[in-house]
Ligand binder design. Structure first.
Ligand code: ATP
Ligand code: MG
Length: 692
């Protein structure tokens, strides 16, 4: 057996081994990008299982569900490299039993199981971000706070403020004063609104993202809950700990007050989610929170070649506050990072595509190349061009496909069937019917209040002429969906029923029918893999596929080769042979919105660092000299001259090669780029119409 364990450790360096073999006392691994933190964590899970811990008693928290699945796949690979007997539990797929996922998805699982201990209905539905905004909007109207003359914060800002209170566990007064001073004059109104928001969610049996964490914490805070849950786990491991917030760290402390079995890993230089109340203090304070902590530092970088490391080290060394880290690599020399200068975005696009194709020609498949950007719309011109040239790509981050109107319409029917009290869903469905507006919708909601079968309350309703034909079909649909509770047929059956009813509505309500129908086809295909309505809706609400492209990616053969397009935020923890960063220019990265505060600016620097550190062999950084923008001075939009990002200081540029892409394409082409430069706006608008 010792041999087996030895072979599990054989690929690791000394520091990594120390971490993997560490006993169950609290363990903190702080280390820079690409030093094998995630790798070490996966080996630690495998080690725990191989030494006899039941996988079902291990909780693995990651930032995305995708990351959890990927890690568990690695755990299985590590264990299957060992003799089968090494897995003492005798299970074939040991990774399968581990509780892996995000804080939110694991909380949803916990609350479905134990929520009734808190008086929660286990049939709760989950409000995603836009649903929560919609509910707040309904309340603002009810409470006369939506009057545009009043300058009251918009629904999105309201939700940000509420969410900040919950996630940083601070009072509204304090949050307003320090984080949203421009909204402070509305403190009383906001307080009233948020209290009503809390009550309304309770009444409707819905939970939003923040509730998931709040209720999980509350469950652990109760004696019964703590007893039920704590005793179930021997180990809790968390990746990307620098991006957890106060609420999440308090959950960890309640899960394991002494830190027994707790392992967290993170990198302070990669903390990029403070806008969601994440705090790097969680890492810094960990040794105080858990007094018996061992700290392991990893210093060897296995991801990037020395020239790339040289550049990224210089970028982060400019940060005023950070843990000192000495990253080094013994990877072979490679090409220096390339700064791609160009007259405008279109030239940049053209040059990048030529490089992408060249790398593919040289044996780097598309899925090992990634294009990264600060904001989702930065990649739109590139998406168009990739489409023209038939280069397949998958896009991550940014606008979520499932948040598009037609997908939400369809899913609302299922939500009602699951939880008839879900007001946002009921309202959405009712006002979809011709002749029924908000007022009539509210009336109908009133009529069905307190009924377990909402349609029963509508027996005496006289539908307006416009919807007279729809109405009986509508009632029949809701009733038949509500009857379906068993787990024995795929969800696509229910979606098909809804689509049959929804088709004429879709046709009268939207343009772009073909594209929208395609989206719904994809959704139907995904639903085919679910038999349980609650888990289907939960998965979509918590971690929806981000775009059509990703849907395609999931439903097609896994080996279909796609170029990766991703926001920097969604690229966390990942790596590619070739990385292209778009728009490393002032106003984009750092983003215009971050210029106001020093803290925001530092977060932009870390984002820049995260982007660059994804690259293994080749790194391209795009710096167009003109960029299409629309702001107060140019509401119609125009190409403006821009400077390179301030993060590309002289000392950083020193270790790069600088290429002028204008020279790489012929002069005639450049002329045509010049004359069409302004067109990128209409491209963006077209895509907005398509997606928004
Ligand atoms: P990030 O901060 O970006 O999340 P990380 O610290 O989690 O990075 P990993 O993703 O675990 O780093 O590892 C980076 C790369 O280094 C991976 O390709 C991994 O396989 C490789 N690697 C890690 N440890 C070793 C090792 N001991 N020997 C060889 N390769 C290693
Ligand atoms: Mg990692």
């Amino acid at each position: 057996d010792d041999d087996h364990l030895e072979s599990l450790l054989s690929q690791l360096n000394d520091q990594q081994r120390v971490a993997v073999e560490h006993d169950l006392n609290p363990l903190l691994i702080v280390a820079g990008a690409g030093t094998g933190k995630t790798t070490t964590l996966a080996h630690r899970v495998a080690w725990l299982i191989a030494t006899g811990v039941d996988p079902r008693r291990i909780m693995l928290l990651t930032f995305t569900r995708r990351a959890a699945n990927e890690m568990l796949r690695r755990v299985e690979a590590i264990l299957s490299g060992l003799d089968h007997h090494a897995d003492r539990t005798g299970r074939k797929r040991p990774g399968r039993g581990v509780w892996g996922g995000t804080f939110h998805s694991i909380s949803a699982r916990m609350l479905r199981k134990y929520g009734n201990a808190l008086g929660l209905d286990s049939q709760f539905t989950i409000l995603d971000r836009t649903d929560s905004e919609d509910l707040l909007q309904l309340l603002r109207i009810d409470m006369n706070l939506a009057d545009s003359k009043k300058r009251f914060p918009l629904k999105g800002t309201c939700l940000d403020i509420y969410s900040r209170c919950m996630n940083s566990q601070r009072r509204l007064e304090e949050v307003l004063q320090f984080d949203f001073p421009w909204c402070a004059e509305y403190q009383d109104e906001l307080k009233g609104l948020f209290r009503a928001f809390v009550d309304r969610k309770e009444l409707q049996g819905v939970l939003d993202y923040d509730d998931l964490l709040v209720f999980w914490r509350a469950l652990l805070d109760s004696d019964t809950g703590a007893e039920m849950i704590r005793s179930q786990f021997d180990a809790v491991l968390i990746d990307e700990y620098q991006d957890t917030n106060v609420l999440q760290s308090s959950i960890l402390q309640l899960l394991s007050p002494e830190g027994q079995g707790v392992t967290v890993v993170g990198d302070d230089a990669q903390s990029i989610y403070s806008f969601r109340a994440a705090t790097v203090r969680n890492i810094l304070d960990f040794p105080q929170d858990f007094p018996n902590t061992t700290i392991v530092a990893l210093e060897q970088n296995y991801r990037s070649t020395q020239p790339i490391l040289e550049m990224t080290n210089r970028v982060i060394s400019m940060a005023p506050e950070r843990f000192e880290k000495n990253l080094w690599s013994d990877r072979e020399q490679g090409p220096r990072p390339i700064i791609v200068e160009s007259d405008n975005e279109d030239v940049q696009t053209d040059y990048l595509i030529s490089q992408i194709l060249e790398h593919r020609e040289n044996g780097v498949p598309l899925n090992r190349q990634a294009v990264l950007f600060r904001a989702s719309h930065h990649s739109l011109p590139l998406e168009i061009e990739l489409g023209h040239r038939d280069i397949p790509f998958a896009k991550y981050g940014g606008l979520k496909f499932i948040e598009t109107a037609h997908a939400k319409d369809l899913l609302s029917f299922l939500r009602i069937a699951e939880n008839p009290r879900d007001e946002v869903a009921v309202m959405r469905v009712l006002t979809m019917l011709p002749g029924i507006g908000r007022k009539k919708g509210a009336q109908l909601m009133e009529m069905s209040k307190g009924q377990s079968d909402i349609t029963a309350g509508w027996k005496d309703f006289k539908p307006p002429a416009a919807t007279r034909d729809h109405w009986p079909l509508f009632i029949a649909l809701i009733q038949s969906l509500s009857l379906k509770r068993s787990d024995d047929e795929p969800m696509s059956g229910q979606l098909k029923l809804v689509r049959r009813f929804y088709k004429p509505i879709l046709e009268s309500k939207y343009d772009n029918l073909r594209a929208r129908e395609n989206d719904l086809d994809q959704l139907e295909r995904i639903s085919d893999r679910y038999v349980n309505r609650a888990s289907f809706l939960t998965d979509l609400a918590l971690e929806p596929p981000t775009s059509m492209m990703e849907l395609k990616d999931q439903t097609q053969d896994a080996d279909e080769e796609c170029l990766v397009l991703s926001t920097i935020h969604s690229s966390k923890g990942l790596e590619w042979d070739v990385v292209y960063l778009l728009q490393a220019i002032e106003g984009c990265l750092p983003s215009e919105m971050a210029l106001r505060s020093g803290d925001d600016l530092e977060e932009e620097r870390r984002l820049f660092y995260v982007a660059l550190t994804r690259a293994k062999h080749w790194l391209y950084v795009g710096c167009p000299r003109r960029y299409f923008t629309r702001n107060n001075s140019f509401p119609g939009g125009r190409n403006v001259s821009v400077r390179k990002s301030r993060f590309l200081s002289d000392s950083v540029l020193e270790c790069c090669e600088i290429i002028n892409a204008d020279l790489e394409i012929d002069a005639d082409d450049l002329e045509s780029y010049r004359s069409t430069g302004i067109d990128s706006r209409s491209i963006r608008d077209g895509l907005k119409n398509r997606w928004l």
